[in-house]
Design a protein around this ligand. Structure first.
Ligand SMILES: Nc1ncnc2c1ncn2[C@@H]1O[C@H](COP(=O)(O)OP(=O)(O)OP(=O)(O)O)[C@@H](O)[C@H]1O
Ligand SMILES: Nc1nc2c(c(=O)[nH]1)N=C(CO)CN2
Length: 159
């Protein structure tokens, strides 16, 4: 089994229900969810779309990285993803942040996710599911978050 850290985001429809549905679907797809963060309301990037509800999950899976990505995309499609534009609004967005201590850079999949350190909407929930130094990056999510600030992210309660 491999340890995985995932990011979840939703800014269309019933955002909390979308996060919950995605977590349930992860279990069905062979990803055991061991810890989930609180839900965080975060300003959208770019700003011309509704605010996101973001979360993070720590889990374990026997799926190799490419199959994990395929499973996440399948869940996004099942929950009604609208791939209108990059960084645009969507009912659910699932990203692989870390996969064990793997470094991977292929056209389809980059691990660790390349934009973790600049995104409070990733780091704030991530800090709640992973206390220690992050794989590969070697610093805690809180230390990275301290460098960029909360960027308007606020914790709004359980998922
Ligand atoms: N670590 C990763 N997790 C998820 N998708 C990834 C990852 N690395 C590369 N990708 C690729 O990125 C493509 C675009 O994904 P997506 O549309 O979700 O991007 P995005 O979420 O809008 O932007 P961002 O990647 O900045 O969060 C996916 O089809 C996938 O092949
Ligand atoms: N606040 C916030 N903004 C975003 C998010 C997200 O999850 N939260 N996801 C994006 C596409 O990856 C683009 N912008």
């Amino acid at each position: 089994m491999s340890a995985v850290l995932l990011a979840l985001g939703s800014n269309l429809g019933d955002r909390r229900a979308n996060l919950r549905a995605a977590l349930a679907a992860l279990e069905d797809a062979g990803i055991t969810v061991q810890r989930t963060s609180f839900a965080w309301e975060t300003p959208p990037v770019p700003a011309d779309q509704p605010p996101f509800l973001n979360a993070a999950a720590a889990g374990a899976t026997g799926l190799p990285p490419a199959e994990l990505l395929a499973a996440l995309k399948q869940i996004e499609r099942a929950l009604g993803r609208r791939p209108a534009r990059r960084w645009g609004p969507r009912p659910i967005d699932l990203d692989i942040l870390f996969y064990d201590s793997l470094r991977l850079d292929t056209p389809d999949l980059t691990i660790p996710h390349p934009r973790i350190a600049e995104r409070a909407f990733v780091l704030a929930p991530l800090s709640e599911v992973w206390d220690g130094p992050l794989p590969v990056l070697g610093e805690t999510a809180l230390a990275l978050l301290g460098r960029i600030g909360l960027q308007g992210a606020r914790r709004v309660g359980p998922i």
